[in-house]
Design a protein around this ligand. Structure first.
Ligand code: ADP
Ligand code: MG
Length: 469
């Protein structure tokens, strides 16, 4: 046992060495220099203690995959990593402290199981889940069943949460687990993703260890089953899950399921199961609207501030992010995270629109899912720069020469009359203030009445844009 531990610690040293070769000194120092050794190694999981949530998120989002890959290459087996914060350790200790001594040991083990082995993330909770129209029903129901499950009065089984990716299903589901655990630390809460369940089931078949499998899955109080749609191809696993579901349901244990498919979309593939789901409560989470996204963004910034990460972000930047990264919450989080890192690296204390556009450019480009509006804007810009024979970039540059300013005014005018883009939207596109956009528009509106030549050019451009639709 001791030997494996030292071996494991050595593995971390080798990983660090490799990371130091891959990343620049600065990145390496900022992120990894304080993790000389794992905080602890238990059940094959490396616990890496980091100072704050910013670093934690950074490791999870950017480096973890690589770390796991390196670890697997070195040790020839899959090693799991859990990034933890000082407060998570304190929490564990505090709970230990308040419990009667005789059951401390037992409970401590349970807490450990609940928190770590079963992958509950303490930073997903109801308090930091931002509620809006798109998720209020799901949120209220999640809270209700948490309260019921905590006092063992399970009434709604299962709770089925569905919605497309990145909209907060996992966050909400984990909040249920954390809520119950906070009140009753000894509860056995099993959070599992459907793919791990499939894997567990397959392993169990190979090793004929049905008993272990059942012990893990049946001896619990709450089952949080994430991303069930993954199970569509796995017929045998579906059968096994069906059995488990009935067992837990019969024993009045709370079950929560998430999926990116509605129940009716799963009907053909999991009919026996979906019939059961319909007996419970089905709630959905939809895409947040702009106001809701802005609220989420502000709350995320507050969270960073709590970790001593102070940065001033202008309101127009928040508007820019929430209108360009609006597919889901994960996307908007990613954009904010990138922006903060960028500003940290370049030492900005204030983020203005220009910094934001520069830092987010790669994300804006990679996104193949550009909206129709953006396509139209691109088209208009291209046509106009062709007609005036200038570079596309000069259209939005700061160059004041008439050669550039006229096409710029014309572009603004055309965007307004053809698609009624708002001045605000155009102020993003042209990186200019609202009033300067308005001025450009008025200028052309006025000029066109006296300048026949200009009128003709604009008609020509309009025809070109329309023909190429
Ligand atoms: P899903 O499971 O639906 O794909 P997640 O729960 O993983 O989505 O959410 C993606 C990210 O967005 C997470 O970091 C989560 O904390 C965040 N998130 C989603 N919805 C909200 C919300 N309403 N308030 C705060 N954060 C949210
Ligand atoms: Mg999820």
């Amino acid at each position: 046992m001791k030997e494996t531990k030292t071996l494991n610690k050595d593995i971390w040293k080798i990983i660090l060495k490799k990371l130091s070769l891959i990343y620049s000194d600065r990145v390496f120092k900022e992120t990894f220099s304080n993790i000389n050794s794992p905080y602890k190694i238990e059940n094959g999981i490396f616990f890496l203690l980091v100072e704050n949530e910013f670093i934690k998120n950074k490791i999870i989002n950017i480096y973890l995959e690589q770390i796991e890959e390196i670890a697997e290459r070195i040790s020839q087996e899959k090693i799991f990593f859990k990034i933890i914060l000082p407060e998570e350790i304190q929490k564990e200790r505090k709970e230990e402290f308040f419990l009667p001594e005789e059951i401390q040991k037992e409970v401590k083990k349970e807490i450990f199981d609940n928190y770590y082995q079963f992958h509950l993330e303490s930073n997903y909770n109801f308090e930091n889940f931002v509620v809006g129209n798109s998720n209020i029903f799901a949120f209220k129901m999640a809270k209700k069943i948490s309260e019921e499950a905590e006092i063992e009065k399970v009434k709604t089984n299962p709770l089925y949460i569905f919605g497309s990716v990145g909209l907060g299903k996992t966050h909400l589901m984990q909040s249920i687990g954390n809520y119950i655990l906070k009140k009753k630390p000894y509860k056995r809460i099993l959070y599992i993703k459907a793919d791990s369940f499939i894997e567990d089931f397959a392993n169990q078949l190979r090793k004929e260890k049905m008993e272990d499998f059942n012990k893990k899955y049946r001896n619990i109080d709450v089952l949080l089953f994430d991303d069930i749609q993954i199970m569509v191809e796995a017929k045998r696993t579906q059968m096994e899950f069906f059995k488990l579901f009935d067992y837990l349901n019969l024993n009045k244990k709370q079950i929560v399921i998430t999926s990116d498919k509605s129940v009716s979309e799963l009907n053909n593939i999991m009919e026996r199961l979906t019939n059961r789901f319909k007996a419970g409560l089905i709630v959905d989470i939809t895409k947040p609207d702009k106001k809701h996204l802005l609220e989420i963004l502000k709350r995320k910034i507050c969270e960073y501030e709590k970790q001593n990460f102070h940065i001033k972000i202008k309101k127009e930047v928040l508007d820019f992010i929430s209108s360009h990264f609006n597919k889901n919450v994960r996307e908007i989080e990613g954009a904010l995270f990138r922006l903060l890192n960028y500003s940290q690296i370049y030492g900005f204390s204030k983020i203005n629109l220009q910094n934001a556009i520069d830092s987010l450019k790669p994300l804006l480009k990679i996104d193949r899912n550009i909206s129709l509006e953006e396509k139209i804007i691109e088209k208009i810009k291209n046509t106009i720069s062709n007609v005036y024979n200038i570079n596309n970039r000069d259209l939005i540059s700061k160059k004041k020469h008439y050669k550039y300013s006229l096409p710029r005014h014309v572009a603004i005018y055309i965007m307004k009359i053809t698609n009624d883009f708002s001045y605000k939207q155009m102020s993003f596109v042209f990186r200019r203030t609202y009033s300067s956009i308005l001025k450009s528009f008025k200028k052309i509106e006025r000029k066109i009445k006296e300048d026949i030549e200009l009128k003709k050019v604009i008609e020509f451009i309009l025809k070109k844009i329309n023909n190429e639709k």
